[in-house]
Design a protein around this ligand. Sequence first.
Ligand code: PLP
Length: 445
Amino acid sequence: MNKPVTTANVQPNDLSQFWMPFTSNREFKAAPRLLVSAKGMYYKSHDGRDILDGSAGLWCVNIGHGHPKVVEAIKAQADTLEFTPSFQFSQPLSFELARKLAGMTPEGMDRIFYTNSGSEAVDTALKIALAYHRIRGEATRTRLIGRARGYHGVGFGGISVGGIPSNRKFYGPLINGVDHLPHTHNLEKQAFTKGQPEWGAHLADELENLVALHDPSTIAAVIVEPMAGSTGVLVPPKGYLERLREITKKYGILLIFDEVITGFGRLGSSFAAEYFGVTPDLFTMAKGLTSGYVPMGAVAVDNGIYQAFMDESPDGIELFHGYTYSAHPLACAAAMATLEVYQEEDLFQRAADISPYWEEAVHAMKGLPNVIDIRNIGLVAGIELAPREGAAGKRGMEACVKAYEAGLMVRVTADIIALSPPLIVDKGDIDKMVEITSNVIRALD
Ligand SMILES: Cc1ncc(COP(=O)(O)O)c(C=O)c1O
C-alpha cells in the first residue's frame, strides 16, 4: 500500500493555488512558514526546527499537540462510523457528548446545539435569540447589540455584531438594525494592569443609552466576548460583565457570551461564565472543545429558551437551522476524548495554578522598547507595542515573523502580541516564551 499523504511527506512546489485566510498571501508565499508535525508544546517546521507553541495553534490546542488519547479516538471513530446525518438521524456519541458538556456548563444551561466552527456557533446563537423572541410573541425584538473591537468570526451575523473595521468594511451594509457598545480598553486608565482593570465597569451603562435610543421592545440580544481575544486581549473591567447581566435582565434582552476562546480552561475554569460568576442566556464554544483536532463548535442554551421552542412551536421541526456536519462523528469522538483529557490531567486547575507565574513572567517585559501595555488573565497575555508612525501593524507583524525565526509561534493583531499557550505549559516553557519574545521586541526598530 502507498504511504498515506501527510504533512510530513508532502513537499509543495507551488504555493499559488491555496488562497490563505487572514494572511498576506504575497508576503507568505515569498517566505513561507510551513509546519509539518507537532508533539506536546512544539511544532516542527518544514526546515526541521522546533517551534514552541505560544498560541495553542490559533487559541485552540489546549491539551497540547499529538495527544495519543484523542488521536486514537479519532482513528477508532473513522474506522467505525465516519458520517451520519444529524437531520432526523443521529449517532449515540452526539448525545453522550452533549450530556458531558452539560455537566460542565452553568446550571440550567444544558441544551447543546452543534456547529463546526466558532463563526457558525455565533450565527447560531444570534438566530436562536431572534427565533426565541418571535415564537414567544415578541417578534419586534430583532435588534442585535455587539461591541466595538469585538470578534465573532466571519459569518455575516458575526461581522455585523463584530467591531473590527477591516473585517466589516468590504462587505456592504451587513445585517440591519445592529448597534454597538463601546469597547472597554483605555491605556490611560488601565495600562499594565495585572488581571481585571479597576476602571471601566461604567462602560456597561452605555447599554442603558442604547436601550433608551432603540426601546427595549426592539432589542433581541447583546453579544460580547467575556474576554476579547482576537482584537488583542482586552480583559473585562471588574464589575463590567455583572452590570451587562443586570441591564439585559432588566429589559428582557438575551445575553450571549462568545466563549470560543475563553472556554475550556483558557482562564483556568471550564468557561468564563464560571470564572466571572456571570451566567449568560446562551454561549458559544469551539476551539478548545476538540482542542482543534477536528473542527467543531457548539452553543449552550438556557433550558428555558429550549423549552419555549418545545412548548410554543407547532408540530414538526422547532428550529429551522443546522449544518450537514453538525455532530460529525469524528468531531464528537475528538471532543469526548478531549474533555476526558481535561479531566484526567486536571488541565483547567493546572492552568489556574500556573497563571500567577505566567502573570509575573509576562509583566517582566514592562520597560522593553515600544511596549506600551501588558495585560493578562488566566493563561493569556497581550503585549501592546507602539505602532510605527504611518505604518500601524508593521511592528507587530515583524515581531511574529522574528519570533518564528527564533523558534516561537505567537499570534499578532496589529501591533499587539498575544500569547496563549497550551494548558500543559510549564514554567520552563513560560521562561523560554518570555525570553524569545523579549529578544524579539528588543531587536525591532
Ligand atoms: C470569540 C470568537 N468568536 C468566534 C470566532 C470564530 O471562530 P472560527 O474561526 O472557528 O469560525 C473566534 C475565532 O477566533 C473567536 O475568537
